[in-house]
Structure formats: C-alpha cells, structure tokens
Write a protein that binds this ligand. Structure first.
Ligand code: KIV
Length: 271
C-alpha cells in the first residue's frame, strides 16, 4: 500500500470543467525541482515551464536564445517534483516556426524526454500547420496570443498589444482558429482588459491571462516576479507577494558576517 495520499491530477479536461463552472484557473512558471515542489504542494493548477527561463534562469535579455535541450532539462526537473499540477512546456524559438514536421519532432522530444503533459506555442494563423500537426499526434497544445515575446524584434517593444482595431480583430480570429484546431487553452498576454473579456466569453476553451484583465478564465505570472526575486521588472499587471531579492540578500549578508566573525558554526552546529 502506498503511504502517499492519492492526489487527483489536473488534466486538460479538468481545466475545461473549471471554465464551465466559472472557477478560476491558476498557473505559475517553474523551471526547477525545488520550486516546482513548493508550487505544486501549494495547489497551483498548471505549472508552465516557460521560455522565460531564458531571462530568469540564464540572464538573457530575450527568450530567443534558450534551446530545446535546455527546455527539456528544465521540464524534466519540474515533472519529477509534481504530483497534481498539469505541466505545460514552452516550445522554444526556432523549434516550430515555419516547419510543421520539425514542430512535431520538437513536441515529441519534449513529451518523451521530459514526461510533461502539454506544449505551448506562440502565434496564430502563421503557425496553424504546426499546431494541427502536433495535435494530430495526440499532444495537447496551449496557444499564446497578444504579446508574444519570441516576436519581440518584430514588435520592437514590450508594450500592450492589440489596442488598435486591426490587431484586435486579428487576435480574435486567431483565438477562434486555435480553438477550432483543438487547442485546450489559450494564454492572452498584455492586451486591453475589454479584449481579454470578449475573447474569454466567445471561446469555449479556457483563457489564461497575464496583463489581460480580470475576466480571463485564469491568471498566470512568472513566479520569480510574484516572489520579488526579480527586482527591476515592474509592469502594472504584476502583483508582488514577497520581496525575496532583499530577504535573500539580507540572509546572505548575515551568513557572511557570522562566518567572518566566527559565530558560525557554533558548538551545537558541529560534530
Ligand atoms: O515564458 C513564460 O513565462 C510565459 C508566460 C509569461 C505566459 O510564456
């Protein structure tokens, strides 16, 4: 008999049922075992192995440099920690755009080598063929529209997207298309709240917003932003629940002082 209590896993169907019941979905990023374990135990529904690991973990300015191998490494660390949450992995830049065969190969590598449950791709009609091909292999796909950071050099800025009618119209069509193709959920990043509401009401699949207002079916944040580990990133949509940069820095300074003064280790901290 297992000593572990049976935990009901979150699946794509559970998320669909949550939308139907009007229950909000929670999603956070995770890139490593220890953090994923805490977030999963806390009860978050979805853990996103985001390509924001490129910024947060590796210190790159954009999400473009992170590789498929690196994403698989992060994802398998997260999967080993998780008992309940659905684990979704970002397909990195260059692993799916413009070549649906390569997209399928990349998605299969992620699923086989990491043990994750789904993948996320950025974009709409431009990547429809890749999305369809991945779905045809039975791999669940989460879409991502609005501010799509892998296209930062096309946009030129990280400002709010789809304020203008033309871009908002394209986003609505893309959202519809991704639902029709069979995506199980859709991330909406940094768009006006009214547009987030309209898209969420029109779609049957759940929407998960980041800077898309309060009417999306769920919310996602980068965990390191929420915990205040990243210090300088302060967009309006971000609510910080801790200031861990300062807390960790303070603890480290105390440790340095204790070692230097001979206070650590004391008699009880030795053999
Ligand atoms: O990579 C990431 O962290 C993301 C979220 C911001 C949605 O895509």
């Amino acid at each position: 008999m297992s000593i572990h209590k049976e935990v009901k896993r979150v699946t794509t169907h559970v998320l669909q049922a949550m939308k139907a019941r009007g229950e909000k979905i929670t999603m956070l990023t995770a890139y490593d075992y220890s953090m994923a374990r805490i977030l999963d135990e806390a009860g978050v529904d979805v853990l996103l192995v985001g390509d924001s690991a490129s910024n947060v973990m590796a210190g790159h300015e954009t999400t473009l440099p992170i590789t498929l191998d690196q994403m698989i490494y992060h994802a398998s660390s997260v999967v080993r920690a998780v008992r309940r949450a659905l684990v979704v992995v970002d397909m990195p830049f260059g692993s799916y755009q413009g070549n649906s065969r390569k997209a399928l190969e990349s998605a299969i590598r992620i699923m086989k080598e990491s043990g994750a449950h789904a993948v996320k791709l950025e974009g709409g009609s431009e990547i429809a063929e890749s999305v369809a091909r991945i779905l045809s292999a039975g791999v669940p796909v989460m879409g991502h529209l609005g501010l799509t950071p892998q296209s930062i050099y096309k946009f030129g800025t990280y400002k709010v997207r789809a304020r203008e009618e033309e871009e908002a119209e394209k986003l609505k069509q893309d959202a519809q298309l991704l639902e029709e193709l069979g995506c199980f959920a859709l991330v909406l990043e940094k768009i006006p709240a009214a547009l987030g509401k309209e898209v969420s009401e029109r779609l049957h699949i759940p929407t998960i917003g980041i800077g898309a207002g309060r009417h999306t079916d769920g919310q996602v944040l980068v965990t390191h932003d929420l915990l205040g580990i990243t210090k300088d990133f302060q967009p309006r949509f971000l609510r910080r629940y801790l200031e861990l940069f300062d807390t960790i820095k303070g603890a480290t300074q105390q440790y340095i002082q204790d070692v230097r003064s001979g206070d650590f280790p004391n008699e009880n901290e030795q053999y």
